[in-house]
Structure formats: C-alpha cells, structure tokens
Ligand binder design. Structure first.
Ligand code: CAA
Length: 258
C-alpha cells in the first residue's frame, strides 16, 4: 500500500511514522487510519524493526478525528461501518514498542491515539485535550477510559467535561506523559530512545509490554503472578543467558531474539 496521509520511514531498526495532513492539523480521517493500520501491520511483520515512533508536526500531533468527515454521519452509518473499532486500534495490538512523540495539539482522537502508544514523550509546546463535548459528543476512541487511568477521575472528568487543554508541564505532572523535552529536540530524543529499545531482547520486550498492560486488567495478586510466570519463562531464552553473561563479562550484550 502506498501512503498519502502518513510517511513511513526506517531509521536503522526504528520505524518512524509521521502523520501528514498538515492542512487539517493531522485530523484523523478514514484514509489516514487505514494507512496507519497498514503501516503498523507492516512494521509488525518486518523483522528488521524493533521499535516505532509515531509523530506529527511541530504544530499538531493530531487535532482529533476528522470532524468534516464525521459531521454528516448517521447512527446507522457509524454503527454499520464499525466506526473507530474498524481501523483505530491496531496500535493497541502491536507487540513491538511504540512511542508517541507529541508536539503541538493532541486533541480528541489525537490524544486518544497517543494514549494507545506505550508511552508519550512531549515537546514543551504540546497541548492535550478531549474537546468532544464541545461538539455534542463524547470521546470515542478510549478517552474517557485511558485518560482516567493516566490522570485520575477528577482531572479526567474536568478535561472531558470542559474540553480544557492541558499543557506539557501539567501533562508530565499528571502522569500523562513520561517526559517533556524542548520541542526542537523531540524527534531526535524519541528516535534515540527508540534506537536503544530496538537493541534489546525482543521477546523480553513483548512480554514486558504484556505484563505492564496486564496491570490495567487484573487485580494486583494476579498481575504479580502473571509477571512472575513471565519472568520465569524468559529463562528459556538465549537472550537471558547472553544478557547476564554480558553483564558479568562487562561487555554489551548481543541479543538474538531467541
Ligand atoms: N477535523 C477536521 N478538520 C480540522 C480538525 C478536525 N478535528 N481540526 C482542525 N481542522 C482543520 C480546520 O478546520 C482548518 O481547516 P480550514 O483551513 O480548511 O478551515 C485547519 O485544520 C486549521 O485549523 P484551525 O484554523 O481551526 O486552526 P487554529 O490554530 O485556529 O485552531 C485547534 C487549532 C484549536 C486545534 C482547532 O482546529 C480545533 O479546535 N480543532 C478541533 C479539535 C477537536 O474538536 N477535536 C476532537 C475531534 S472529535 C474526536 O476526536 C472524536 C473521537 O474521540 C474519536
């Protein structure tokens, strides 16, 4: 598939996806979400890639679902085309680590897409919000659920009820983003973190991701037991032997993903 609304590049073992509808502040329309789904699947199948960065422009990561495309849809339309479910959630299914590098607006579906990634690095100019209530609807790509888990009920409720935007400093304070960096350094920093992650043991990373995500799904004792079993299972991999041997021998490990 060739892409018009995103750009997919390989930077060594890192895939870089750039949302590319500048005229609409990267509003997430059907074409873009279909292309993003295809790109994420192709990255998943590409053994040369170990980590993905998804980003937008300095002005906007994404200003939400495309309102102009949604405006004329009926209930029958959105229900029958399985709107959102059909092509928004591939990011949550990929086993490879995925970092959102967010500068500018991440609003509505843009904020929701960033929250589907494994973590968010923010530029100082990032603005996060769930303004759907101002359009007479509510977040539809997980905003009420994921934002609440990130920042707690009070702030999530306030943001969703008012549509207020959160700046990068508040987003970091509230646990929505892992770190804030100068906007001009954002992409370089995200690629550098992704490059380091891509060098690590892939099976360990896959299972690490499953284990952290499990903490949202199950009670603590079950989550800890899941983690323990996963930890045990990693001793079946050559990468455990290599990682520990390399530490003892004071050298860089050479993981083979086996
Ligand atoms: N959908 C479609 N087009 C959009 C868009 C969106 N979500 N956001 C911005 N655009 C378009 C604008 O219509 C404008 O296009 P024209 O030049 O053709 O008029 C262009 O992008 C530039 O935008 P503005 O002129 O509005 O730029 P601004 O700097 O004045 O304002 C903004 C920036 C505050 C982000 C403003 O564009 C805005 O409020 N956008 C909408 C944000 C929003 O409501 N997002 C939620 C969408 S609903 C959703 O996402 C549902 C869900 O949960 C899945």
């Amino acid at each position: 598939m060739s892409y018009e609304t995103i750009v997919l590049e390989e930077r060594g073992a890192v895939a870089l996806i750039t949302l590319n509808r500048p005229e609409a502040l990267n509003a997430l329309n059907r074409q873009l979400m279909d292309e993003l789904t295809d790109a994420v699947r192709s990255i998943e199948a590409n053994d040369a890639i170990g980590c993905t960065v998804i980003t937008g422009s300095d002005r906007a990561f994404a200003a939400g679902a495309d309102i102009k495309e949604m405006q004329s849809k009926s209930y029958a339309d959105v229900m029958m085309e399985d709107f959102i479910t059909a092509n928004w959630e591939e990011v949550t299914r990929t086993r490879k680590p995925m970092i959102a590098a967010v500068a500018g607006y991440a609003l509505g579906g843009g904020c929701e897409l960033a929250m589907m990634c494994d973590f968010i690095l923010a530029g100082e100019n990032a603005r996060f919000g769930q303004p759907e209530i101002q359009l007479g609807v509510i977040p539809g790509a997980g905003g009420t659920q994921r934002l609440t888990r990130f920042v707690g009920k009070s702030k999530a409720m306030e943001m969703c009820m008012t549509g207020r935007m959160m700046d990068a400093a508040e987003a970091e304070r509230s646990g929505l983003v892992s770190r804030v960096v100068p906007t001009e350094d954002l992409l370089e920093e995200a690629l550098s973190v992704a490059t380091k992650i891509a060098e690590l043991s892939r099976p360990a990373l896959f299972l690490l991701k499953e284990s952290v995500n499990k903490s949202y799904e199950v009670p603590l004792d079950e989550g800890v037991m899941f983690e323990r079993r996963v930890f045990h299972s990693l001793f079946a991999f050559d990468d455990q032997t290599e990682g520990m041997e390399a530490f003892v021998e004071k050298r860089t490990p050479n993981f083979t993903n086996k």
